[in-house]
Design a protein around this ligand. Structure first.
Ligand SMILES: *Cc1c(COP(=O)(O)O)cnc(C)c1O
Length: 838
């Protein structure tokens, strides 16, 4: 019971200034919020203050905040409907939202009132926040980007609706057992979700399977009809999305699958009651669980069903809204912009064609014109294993009519557009075909997305260039101007204001309170980068955040770490291309040096890792175990004298990122050049004053341009080097044989030194490097990485120099606000004006 009396927070502990009082309306008072919390405790939860648990208080407080948000949401929808505004619809299979409590309180502009009201009730806002489960409906960067975009869209007063799936189970929870990753289901709504509103009145029906009858209509025209389908229903759940310092409240609409009654009727009537209920359960598995793969596609039928399910529900919902105000379909692209977050929702292009041609009876060319004007597509990766392809036989079974439509799109594309550009060139036709020949034939969803969209964007300058030079090179020639760059961003509300209130307050003291909405204002900090007093305050904030993380590590893992050590952090999905194993080789190298030279002089480091591996990604799991086991040995070896500690925190997610990132000194962004499309973790770290050690990959390139070469540690092969090394025949053994330390640490990893009595525990990892060609060039970059780390060590010893570099990182990364990114999408892709809500 939360009856413990906490002392009221003093002004100096308050996380943020009152930046977000709503213009126009009188801000709500502390007394009103308190009354509202108490009222929800009684009327929503049927509790009194004596028996209320922390969870009850969390829900009651959330509901009190939600009340304010909902009245603004109603106002926003009123304005959008009345003005019949153009809207953007963001289609994404993933939204990695994290907790909403703190963010909603900040964005609604009621932080002071809520924390005071809770103080009067003897409650602590952080303790209540901790009651909420993360809304972890995404794998990593792609889903988190969608969440940052929703925050920016609302903050910029842009009419926008996000569509996705209401997964019953989000990304698995990760635990470690004997160093192994173990997955547990994430039943995130077990205790309810105070932020969502179920809207059964907007239920939609989705047809699947069946077959196409190729009929001819009374005028003699070909009129295929999709028959014998099975249907499921989609029920939407809405999550209001509150802009910061504005009245706009948009929403995220997530579809949950429900078995449809018709589907069951016949079986019921035939007396198959149990069978019918079983079938019902099958219908409800569609939205059951998020696929836990990051940057790989499994090609599973249920995944395709999920994609079509949410796309079909969303398009019907979009059309229903369109038809409330319009009757002329040619107006559709002027009211509707649809953004495809990767190819996962790409079947929407065929679905819109099906609705317009089959259901509305529109001529093909007209429907195609509308479709192309409506859609735009964001590409997130060049990794071949992540490029979505569906086998034609599987696709035909699930969506037979859509397969026909895709074939027709492809036929016209090849015969009209490709033929006009490259007459008689059958090589070009098979190169660009949406259908890849083979056994079986495959549908290239990226090509479908490019052909059916008016704009295609990459997510960092380098990534976009590589898309244009390689993956989509011929398309770039065919469609000049279609390919654009939109460098990713992060919301400064969550990734500085809310997660690092200490730094937020310090920054506000110097540059004023506009920076959360205008992140370029941080430039004003440059003037203080060499100011000794400011350096001291800045380092003191960093130290506070490191103490907080150290306490968290102690409490959760029993590992004692020194907050004065260099916190060297790599937190992101576990993937070979991200090269956590290169980081591990550095740790082993330092350990090796210490054992061979007991007085080895190094800045003490705490290596912080956090990463989930896809459950079926065997090598990634082996890397996790290797880091855990090497860490265990080092942490308990007295010869190390605490110069190295390794803490692999389990269950990486948004909430853990919010604790780790503010405490980081060094941000590891060490992917093989050309493999990381953008990265957004890199931006969060730099904003919070961690220096980057990284390759010239993804947005690291642009971070380097902004902060300056002196304030970042760039090392290793560049994209062209990677190409020429591969072309000249890369052999990892050459590096192994010529670098004694590399040889020593790889041999060490192959021994049973870290898993006594269990030999070969990390053979898969070592084999991937030495026997299987080292696909991510760990050996080739090893020496340069070790050297860059020595430069980090030297820089960290000079506290003034380090402070200056860190301050300049915070000061110069204003570009990476997702507000800037969304402004560019709105201006250059969506042609979407802001609509202020008064
Ligand atoms: C930002 C973020 C990511 C993306 O990190 P990268 O380093 O860009 O891969 C992944 N997961 C979570 C929880 C995040 O907050």
């Amino acid at each position: 019971m939360p009856t413990k009396k906490t002392t009221r927070k003093t002004a100096s502990q308050k996380p943020a200034p009152k930046t977000a009082t709503t213009p126009g309306k009188a801000p709500i008072s502390t007394a009103e919020i308190k009354e509202s919390i108490l009222s929800h405790l009684e009327k929503t939860l049927a509790r009194d203050t004596n028996t209320a648990t922390k969870r009850d208080w969390w829900i009651a407080t959330s509901k009190a905040v939600q009340d304010r948000i909902l009245s603004r949401y109603i106002d926003t929808m009123g304005v959008h409907n009345e003005e019949n505004v153009r809207r953007v619809y963001y289609l994404s299979l993933e939204y990695l939202m994290g907790r909403l409590f703190r963010n909603n309180i900040f964005n609604a502009g009621v932080f002071d009132q809520v924390s005071e009201a809770l103080g009067e009730l003897g409650l602590d806002i952080d303790e209540l926040a901790a009651e909420e489960n993360d809304m972890g409906l995404g794998n990593g960067g792609l889903g988190r980007l969608a969440a940052c975009f929703l925050d920016s869209l609302a903050t910029l007063d842009l009419p926008a609706i996000g569509y996705g799936i209401h997964y019953e189970f989000g990304l698995f929870k990760q635990e470690f057992e004997n160093g192994y990753q173990v997955e547990r289901p994430d039943n995130w709504e077990k205790f309810g979700n105070p932020w969502e509103i179920m809207r059964p009145e907007y239920m939609q029906t989705v047809n699947l399977y069946g077959r196409v009858e190729n009929r001819v209509d009374e005028k003699g025209d070909f009129k295929p009809v999709w028959v014998d389908t099975r249907s499921i229903n989609g029920v939407p759940f809405d999550i209001p999305i509150c802009g910061y310092g504005t009245k706009t409240v948009n929403f995220l609409r997530l579809w949950e699958s429900k078995a449809s009654e018709e589907f069951d009727f016949q079986v019921f009537n035939e007396g198959g009651y149990v069978e019918a209920v079983h079938d019902k359960a099958v219908g409800e598995t569609v939205s059951k669980v998020l696929y836990p793969n990051d940057a790989t596609e499994s090609g599973k039928e249920l995944r395709l069903v999920q994609q079509y399910f949410f796309v079909c529900c969303s398009l019907q919902d979009i059309m229903r809204r369109f038809l409330k105000k319009e009757s002329d379909w040619s107006e559709f692209p002027s009211k509707v912009a649809i953004q495809l977050n990767d190819t996962h929702p790409a079947v929407a292009t065929a679905e819109l064609m099906r609705i317009l041609v089959d259901e509305q009876g529109m001529p093909w060319d007209e429907a195609w014109g509308i479709t192309r004007k409506t859609f735009a597509y964001t590409n997130h990766t060049l990794l071949p294993e992540a490029l979505e392809k569906w086998s034609v036989p599987l696709f035909e079974r699930v969506l037979p009519r859509h397969l026909q439509i895709i074939y027709e799109i492809n036929r016209r594309f090849l015969e009209e557009e490709v033929e006009a550009m490259w007459p008689g060139d059958s090589g070009k036709k098979s190169e660009l075909s949406i259908i890849e020949e083979g056994e079986p034939k495959m549908i290239r969803m990226a090509y479908l997305s490019v052909v059916a969209s008016h704009a295609v964007n990459g997510v960092a300058a380098l990534h976009t260039q590589l898309l244009r030079d390689y993956l989509f090179n011929s398309f770039d020639n065919l469609y000049p101007g279609k390919f654009q760059n939109k460098t990713n961003g992060i919301t400064p509300r969550r990734w500085l204001l809310a997660c690092n209130p200490e730094l937020a307050k310090l920054v506000t003291g110097k540059v004023g309170e506009d920076w959360p909405k205008h992140l370029d204002e941080l430039k004003g900090l440059e003037a203080f980068a060499e100011d000794p007093d400011f350096q001291k305050e800045y380092l003191a904030v960093k130290h506070t955040k490191k103490e907080q993380l150290a306490a968290f590590i102690e409490k959760n893992m029993g590992i004692t770490v020194n907050p004065s050590a260099l916190f060297d952090t790599q937190v992101k999905r576990l993937h070979e291309y991200k090269r956590q194993h290169l980081n591990l080789l550095h740790i082993l190298t330092l350990y090796h040096r210490i054992l061979h030279n007991p007085d080895y002089d190094m800045v003490p480091r705490v290596f912080v890792f956090a990463a989930k591996a896809a459950p079926g990604y065997y090598l990634a799991k082996n890397i996790i175990r290797a880091i855990n086991k090497v860490g265990e040995k080092i942490n308990n070896d007295p010869r190390v004298k605490d110069r190295i500690k390794v803490a692999f925190l389990p269950n990486y997610g948004v909430t853990l990122a919010e604790k780790i990132i503010p405490a980081a000194d060094l941000s590891e962004q060490i992917s093989t050049a050309g493999k990381e499309a953008s990265g957004t973790g890199n931006m969060k770290f730099a904003l919070n004053g961690a220096l980057t050690i990284g390759t010239l990959d993804g947005a690291n390139v642009e971070i380097g341009e902004e902060v300056g070469d002196d304030n970042i540690f760039i090392f290793g092969l560049e994209v062209e080097d990677v190409e020429s090394l591969r072309a000249s025949g890369y052999n990892p053994w050459d590096y192994y044989n010529s670098n004694a330390e590399l040889k020593a640490v790889l041999d060490w990893l192959q021994s049973d030194a870290f898993t006594p009595g269990e030999s070969g525990a990390f053979q898969p990892l070592v084999d991937s490097i030495l026997k299987n060609g080292d696909p991510f060039l760990v050996c080739a970059d090893y020496a340069a990485y070790i050297e860059a780390q020595e430069k980090v060590d030297a820089a960290f010893r000079d506290r003034e120099r380090w402070a200056k570099m860190a301050i300049l990182n915070t000061a110069r990364v204003g570009k990476f606000s997702s507000d800037r990114t969304i402004r560019e999408y709105a201006d250059e892709i969506w042609d979407l004006p802001s609509v202020p809500v008064k």
